[in-house]
Design a protein around this ligand. Sequence first.
Ligand code: IYR
Length: 230
Amino acid sequence: MHQEDEIFRDGYRHISYRGEKFSSEEMLERSRQFYKWLNKRRSVRDFSNEPVPREVIENILKSASTAPSGAHKQPWTFCAVSNIALKKKIKAAAEEEEKENYNNRMSSRWKEELKALGTNEHKPFLETAPWLIVVFKKVFELEENGQKSNNYYVNESVGIACGMLISAIHHAGLVTLTHTPSPMNFLTEVLQRPANERAFLLLPVGYQKELAYVPDIKRRSLEEVSCFYE
Ligand code: IYR
């Protein structure tokens, strides 16, 4: 079938697109293999300090930035930190907040639930991991002339990008941990971010320690997490 290379909708150019299509057997096998591979991912707290080349991080960030976003605004900035002084600053500020969280802000029930994960207010990985990726969401856009413009579905968009970021990290054979020090506004200051950006997630990235341990927890089954309406 002939397909035009371009068409115009409401005056805007659209270009022809052809994604991949596989045979039924191949599709089944690919979907199985992808699940098998993704299901190997674990959140890891035991990081090695072995360096990771900047280009790998750049590729991971480019992958994350392929995420769909509201009105294609791409309302995210990924700050990649390997600078030791900055990592130390981030660790100190995060631990200060976390100490307050664990001692005074979190309910005893919440802390009880976290016991299985082995978390506490100490965050050595913020210094050990060769890279920290701090994801900022852009709550609005700041044009070069200082004009503000809207972004849409910012949390959804940045959340999707973070999912893709975590998958890209796993694909490179590296590990990460979704760390959400709270409140996170100290990151705006430490990294000197503009007024339209808010810290969203902090991800240490690197190799796991040779001897790393993860909690013995299980994922919910398909039956528990899905409903089919056929
Ligand atoms: N932000 C804290 C506490 C914490 C909360 C949840 I929910 C977790 O799944 C894990 C930790 C911390 O990072 O320690």
